[in-house]
Design a protein around this ligand. Sequence first.
Ligand code: SF4
Length: 280
Amino acid sequence: MFEVIGKSLKTGVVTTSYPLTPAEVSRHTRGKPEIDWANWKDARPAARVCPTGAIEFTDEERKRIATLDLGKCIFCGLCADADPAIHMSNQCELATRERAGLKLSAKYQLTSDGMHERLLENPAAGSAGGQSLEAVGQQLQARIRSMLGRSLHIRQVDAGSCNGCEVEIVALNSPIYDIERFGIHFVASPRHADMLLVTGPVTLNMELALRKTYEAMPAPRLVVAVGACGCSGGIFGLNYATVGGVDSVVPVDVYIPGCPPNPHALLHGILLAVNRWRGT
Ligand code: SF4
């Protein structure tokens, strides 16, 4: 026992002080694709290679609306390989309270051969239902503060994931991230949970189970969709075996994009939901 204590003292504290200090993410980590919108010459090559349809465009009368949907992006980097105006950043804190907030759209004037002549409208995160994202966020913050106080119990449901997201979620309980320092605990029963953390595209086989788990939770309750699959269906989209993202089955309060989102991204999303994100 003394040997173990001695070793612990020698190792010291390994727990990250995130979010008080910035995320310690390797520069090799793949995060959000950054598009140089002003100098983007053509959305078509990137849209062609994107495996999940995260880059899309619609053309109308020599004008084009090009959209990057972070809720579908799996950070594969194929768009960056195909287009010099795109590079992969290591930015991982991308969670939002609205699905529309993950979509970045820009409008272009087109040349006769379909290239971008000039940028007409800068990309802006979308807003839902005519309400600004800020207003939606403030309402949600007030609601969460009043209903949860300072502790949170999470029930995790795998609705059909590849288990990539689960590997990252398990890391939250490691000494490095130590999610329990926030008073946040994972629980085995939805009856004890305030938050439902859902991974994977919702498969047909799990649709009823997810709905029942949600209904078994005491109200008020929060739902967080994890990963590109949870946000939108991801690489699977809609097919014979899935019904799409989590919000096609239960209402979602926070979306955490990524494939998979790393523990920093997960912490960011969970803390965003419980209103502890750097005082927001
Ligand atoms: S990183 Fe991959 S999934 Fe994301 S926009 Fe680029 S090509 Fe699409």
